[in-house]
Structures are given as C-alpha cells and as structure tokens.
Design a protein around this ligand. Sequence first.
Ligand SMILES: [Zn+2]
Length: 358
Amino acid sequence: MMNAQIQEREQTVSPRAEALYWQATLERDTRADGAFFFAVKSTQVYCRPSCPARRPLRKNTLFFSTRREAEQQGFRPCRRCKPNEIPAAVRIVQRAAQVLGSDVDEAVNIAELARRVGVKTEALRRAFRQQAGLTPKELAAALRLRKFKKLLREGSSITDALYATGYGSSSRVYERSDAHLGMTPATYQKGGKGMKIRYTTAKSSLGQVLVAATERGVSAVYLGDATEKLVKELREEYTRAEITPANGAFTQWVEEIVARTEGSAPRRELPLDLQATAFQRRVWQELQRIPRGTTRTYSQIARAVGKPRAVRAVARACATNPVSIVVPCHRVVRADGNLAGYRWGLSRKERLLERERA
Ligand SMILES: [Zn+2]
C-alpha cells in the first residue's frame, strides 16, 4: 500500500534543473536555498539544499520548486534545516531593508547597519552574499547610494533595488523561485498539446474576465468586452489543448482574480500552469515582484533578470504574458512614463494602475 502511494509522487522540476539541483544538494550549496527543496522518499521528509543531514540516495530523492508542492505530496519539513521557516540570512536581509528604507540619511556603513539590524557585521555580509550575490565592497558601495535607499523606501525588495542600481549579480547559478509565484515548469508541448484546459468568465468593472485553468493552476487570464471573442482567443492560443467550460470549478481562483482586477491586494496564492521559455519565466517572475501600486520600466526588468540589453525581448515577454493581472505586466511602462502598450487595451491598463495606487 505504502509503496504504491510513494510511487505516485512526482517532482515538479524539469530534467535539466534536476541535474543542477542534485549537484547543489550534494554540495550543500546555501546559494540554492529558496530556489528549490529536495524530498527524501525513504524518510518522507523534505529539506533545504544546505541541510547538514546525511545525503539521501539519488533514487530516493525528488525535487520541488516550492515547499507547498512537497507538502502536498505528503512530505514533512526536516527538523534540522527547518525548510518551512524563513532562513536566518533572508530574515537579516529583510530587516536590513526595513532599516535602510526607513532611514533618510545619505550614507550608512556596514558596521552601523549591522548594529541596527542586531547582528554582527560578518553575519550581515554573509547574508547579503548569500541572498544577493554581493561582495562586501559592492555592498558598501550600494549602501552609499541615495538611489538604492530611495528604492527601498518605495517598497522595492533589496534584490530589485540592487539590480536597479547596477549591483545585481547576474552570475547567480539558480533562479530564485519564490514560493508565492507557484509557477510550475512547462511540461507541455507547443500549442498546449496534452493540456486539459477549462475556462469560465466573470464580470468585472473592467469588462469580462476569462479565467482558464488546468488541474495544476491558472493558465490564462484575458480581459475584454465580449465573452465569445475571449474564448476564441483562448482556442487560438492553445490550438492543441482540450478546452471545455469549467462548470463551476475553481470559483475561488476566479473570485481572487476579479478582486485583483478591482485593485485589491492578493488574498490567496494562485498556482500557475504556464507554457514558457526559461526567459519568459524569468521575466514573468520578475513582474510578480513589482509591488502593487508601483511600476517598473522595461529596462529595469531587463537588468533585474540579468540581461540589461534584452529590453525588447522583455517587452515581448510582457506582451505574451498569458495570465494578465496574476502576472502584473500592466505594471511595466516606458522610461518616459508613457504607459506603452497593453494587450487588453490601454484604458484598462490605466485604470488598473490607478486602482492599485489608490
Ligand atoms: Zn533537512
């Protein structure tokens, strides 16, 4: 009985990622913490990559992008590495962001910042190195920048602020996959072959909202005036998928998406099931980090994904985002403040941004 149950478990990362993750697991690489979790079939426990415990056999190991996925498949958090708690380094960086963001003084030195965060200087340096890939020298330089602190005050994350001010490390081995993104890797072929998509539509003050989803998560969110036209677009985008009406399924997801359309803050996680290239996925994840009520430019996003010259590719990735609202591509504007385009109409983009700022 038990065995049959275990064999049904499936990891949620691609084969390419799997090889990288196994290597990181063997090396107990702290830089990979947060990027994925590994689970051990024989002990039914899941861990961070850096867990000090003995390494499992390869054949007993599964990898997950988020801890939720590991838990959904019945794995328990390890007591040694506590993968269900925020790592100390992340806490330190978060606290540092608060201090820096609240402080209007021009320059802060590392020792002073460490004192105010309540840790030793070396611990602060280590946390930044782990979380943002910064050398102590780069960290010191960033702290002297007015712009860096201004971004933090405006609600950017440390990593976003570092990228925007040119200190972001583009050599990070792992893509951060924040648990709240809940994006599953693309396992589908072109045209959505093999996907079973169900859709439903709902009314919002921005018009009709079409929400399409698979068993694994939301795969399309379209906005428009006429329901039939949105369904037609869905069929054109997923020409080879099986598409049927949802008949009342996933109503909570629909409610959440409509609420966000009206400008509400997210209230529940929305798992996504998207077909995407690695680049699109990185851009879309970056878009999900733009705080509500703020905007970014295409070049800021390009820098944030470590490809400062790929501005046009970023714009294309924004334009091809299949899940509007959930991946907030409406929060990207041109450098001169011009709203640029929006697949669902500029006036909708304008109204969305207004509501989120309110
Ligand atoms: Zn562990």
